[in-house]
Ligand binder design. Structure first.
Ligand code: PEP
Length: 251
């Protein structure tokens, strides 16, 4: 059965000391009672080893927010999947709309990143989603279909079974606008149907599909109560331990 997951994406926030303090605070908040879902924190690269170390043995798992499309070598400033893995992180967020929009990450680049993440035994949290104009034109289904087909539907059934998807309507990220629970359910069900068509019903049923886009303690419960919404990828609200914990408690 698929897992419910609440994953945080800290983006480019927090110094090393602030990040360690946030992870420690979250660890303490979650220690009293085991959450009813998987918990992941997506930190900047510089925090990975420290946060992986301090959360070892706790329910919290650690994700990078990116990894390179090359194995190793003369790529100044890049961080490979093997390097991420060596920190103790187990996940990597790939295909986030900010990476696609600001850093030119194409379908092909993302395809390589996913392959290298899997090769290095990292679980990709692969993000898909449409921009506002595409939603207004009613093109959201064709957009997510193209994103899946171009970057992850090349995977074998076994490898596809290892990834987590996050549907993130770009118009809802950091804007305070949230997809309605109905909009989220509708497209999550569509995505699951695409997976079923490609890999079969069992794989589709076992794939966790997270919702991301201005998810907060006030709307998480209603979003997560949809049958095809298996948790959330949380940006802004993951930067405060109490808010992130309240979202986790929605399960
Ligand atoms: C995100 O960036 O993945 C995200 C969902 O951000 P926010 O929750 O701030 O909209």
């Amino acid at each position: 059965m698929r897992k419910n997951i609440v994953a945080g994406n800290w983006k480019m926030n927090k110094t090393l000391q602030e990040g360690v303090a946030l992870a420690n605070e979250l660890k303490e908040l979650l220690a009293a009672k085991a959450p009813n879902c998987g918990v992941i924190v997506g930190t900047p690269f510089i925090h990975l080893a420290s946060v992986a170390d301090l959360t070892k043995g706790s329910v919290i798992k650690v994700a990078a927010q990116n990894s390179a499309d090359k194995e190793s070598g003369a790529y100044t400033g890049e961080i490979s999947a093997a390097m991420v893995k060596s920190t103790g992180a187990e996940y990597v967020i790939l295909g986030h709309s900010e990476r696609r929009a600001y850093y030119g990450e194409t379908y092909e680049i993302l395809k390589e990143k996913v392959l290298l993440a899997l090769k290095n035994e990292l679980t990709p949290i692969f993000c898909i989603g449409e921009v506002k104009e595409e939603r207004e034109a009613g093109k959201q289904n064709e957009v997510v279909k193209a994103q899946l087909e171009a970057s992850v539907f090349n995977l074998s059934k076994e490898d596809f079974g290892k990834i987590v998807l996050a549907y993130e309507p770009v118009w809802a990220i950091g804007t305070g606008l949230t997809a309605t629970p109905q909009q989220a359910q509708e497209i999550h069900a569509y995505i699951r149907g695409l997976i079923a068509g490609k890999y079969g019903k069992e794989t589709a049923e076992n794939t966790s599909i997270l919702y991301g886009g201005s998810c907060n303690p006030g709307n998480a419960k209603e979003l997560f109560s949809n049958p095809d919404v298996d948790g959330g990828l949380i940006g802004g609200a993951s930067l405060k331990a109490a808010d992130f914990k309240a979202i986790i408690d929605a399960f």
